[in-house]
Design a protein around this ligand. Structure first.
Ligand SMILES: Nc1nc2c(ncn2[C@@H]2O[C@H](COP(=O)(O)OP(=O)(O)O)[C@@H](O)[C@H]2O)c(=O)[nH]1
Ligand SMILES: [Mg+2]
Length: 460
């Protein structure tokens, strides 16, 4: 899906991750790459300009919470969400959903897909066909519904009891009667989906018909179905249908078959409604709920960027090293905090490994040894530290033979265990000193990496 846009953006992210430094020139190149990708996806120029300016501004001027590369990736991710990611949620609750849209956009297929979605969530959906103009429309929907075991209604019973207006001419039943009868029939169902008739263009007849259904039936949701290949033109239809029935969500279909999906998404972003689902193929399961963060993460070819960023920020906050630490002071408490941070890095590392370029360029340095300081050892360290005085925790050098035995006794461990803890601490202190003073006092880019180096040393 969105193959071309996705591969260009992935390449862009890869370049950032590999960049030696993040400066004005790197950001300018990045902006140009993104511009090219978005133009090809038919995103409106004014949106691209705004995004470019925001990326330039934020990449270089914002206060950093992450390392510079991660920061830029975060900025790109957030700005893409701003222009492509306007989504809305659909509650998993009892409701009537009216589908509107022009001919051929995928309205009928989406009715079945939507029913399937709710069915999988354990709700009981049913479908009404309110397209009386094309007999084939009803057959198509009936077949789709039959294939997934969804009850279907098209007013065939009403038709039988109606006499043709002119002999030899087919009888018709007003659309509204069909919908009303269907709604009544499916009263006990959780979700009633109403497929309305489309037209080839935005005609008054169609608009009046859906307006009437909207006013009389009062469906909680009015979903507009749009073809992704409309690109930036999608906003025209979105506005027109919104004026008519106040759209509550948009389904963008055929995301699998066009390079313009990005344009359609950004066009929708400028209207009042957002995307609820996207269609990604002809089959009834080729349908997904639109979740902006996941969608953009996937587009950029990265795991779950949101949790990634949150975890990175959190682990940095937790390990915030105070001024004393920079002066080379590293207490047992700091030591413990660092070890806990390493534990936290676990899922972070796994997430980074799911990325095509192996994380933000640092996973190569992180070894599995990092996991060996496991839960038990950490727990044991904690118990021993609990048996120490404040003074000992802040300045472990004072722990002599008798203090050592006291701590061991107090924590139910052996003196050798306490010695081991102190040994680990001393080694880590040494490495920390090297790392912090070696780079002119700067805190290492990722604490996880410094810990890793430490652990490698410990093993030697
Ligand atoms: N590739 C692809 N085809 C789709 C998708 N949604 C619908 N279609 C196809 O588009 C055509 C028109 O769909 P239909 O539901 O009949 O549109 P309607 O006229 O709006 O009711 C059909 O051939 C569908 O199989 C989609 O997400 N991906
Ligand atoms: Mg149809």
């Amino acid at each position: 899906m969105l193959g071309k846009l996705s591969s260009s953006l992935k390449e862009t992210i890869r370049k950032i991750a590999m960049a030696k430094r993040i400066d004005k020139q790197t950001v300018e190149e990045l902006v140009r790459d993104i511009q090219r990708a978005l133009i090809q996806a038919d995103v409106k120029i004014s949106h691209i300009k705004e995004l470019s300016n925001r990326i330039r501004e934020r990449s270089l001027k914002e206060k950093l919470k992450l390392n510079p590369r991660e920061h830029v990736i975060k900025v790109v991710y957030e700005e893409l969400i701003r222009i492509l990611g306007k989504g809305v949620d659909v509650p998993l609750a009892s409701q009537k959903i009216m589908m509107v849209g022009l001919h051929g956009t995928g309205k009928t297929s989406s009715c079945a897909k939507l029913a399937r979605f709710f069915q999988k969530k354990g709700l009981k959906p049913a479908v009404i066909c309110a397209d009386i103009y094309r007999p084939a429309a009803s057959d198509q929907l009936r077949q789709l519904c039959d294939s997934i075991g969804i009850p279907f209604y098209d007013g065939a019973d009403l038709l039988q009891s109606t006499t043709p207006p002119v002999k030899g001419k087919a009888a018709t039943v007003p659309v509204l009667d069909i919908v009303k009868a269907g709604v009544k029939r499916f009263e006990k169902h959780d979700i009633t989906i109403i497929d309305t008739a489309g037209r080839h263009a935005l005609e008054e007849g169609m608009i009046n018909e859906i307006k009437e259904i909207e006013e009389r039936i009062k469906p909680e949701q009015r979903f507009l179905v749009l073809d992704a290949s409309l690109g930036q033109q999608a906003s025209v239809q979105a506005r027109a249908f919104d004026d008519a029935v106040r759209i509550t969500g948009i389904i963008i279909t055929k995301m699998d078959g066009t390079a313009k999906g990005g344009g359609a998404l950004s066009a929708v972003s400028e209207t009042d409604s957002g995307v609820v689902f996207i269609g990604t193929g002809e089959k009834v399961d080729d349908f997904e709920k639109f979740e902006a963060d996941r969608f953009i993460s996937r587009l950029l070819g990265m795991g779950d960027i949101k949790s990634l960023i949150e975890m990175a920020e959190e682990s940095l906050e937790e390990t915030d090293i105070d001024a004393d630490f920079l002066k080379g002071k590293f207490t047992l408490k700091d030591f413990y905090k660092q070890l806990e941070a390493v534990k936290k890095m676990g899922p972070f590392k796994k997430l980074m490994q799911t990325m095509p370029f192996g994380g933000f360029g640092i996973t190569g340095e992180i070894e599995d040894s990092i996991y060996r300081i496991g839960e038990d050892k950490l727990g044991k360290f904690k118990v021993m530290m609990d048996s120490m005085t404040e003074e000992e925790l802040n300045d472990p050098k004072i722990i002599d033979g008798s203090r050592l035995r006291r701590v061991a006794r107090g924590s139910g461990t052996a003196s050798a265990d306490v010695s081991e803890l102190l040994k680990y601490h001393r080694l880590m202190q040494k490495v920390m000193k090297q790392l912090t003073t070696g780079r002119g006092g700067t805190i290492p880019m990722m604490k996880g990496v410094s810990i890793d180096k430490l652990i490698k040393k410990l093993k030697r």
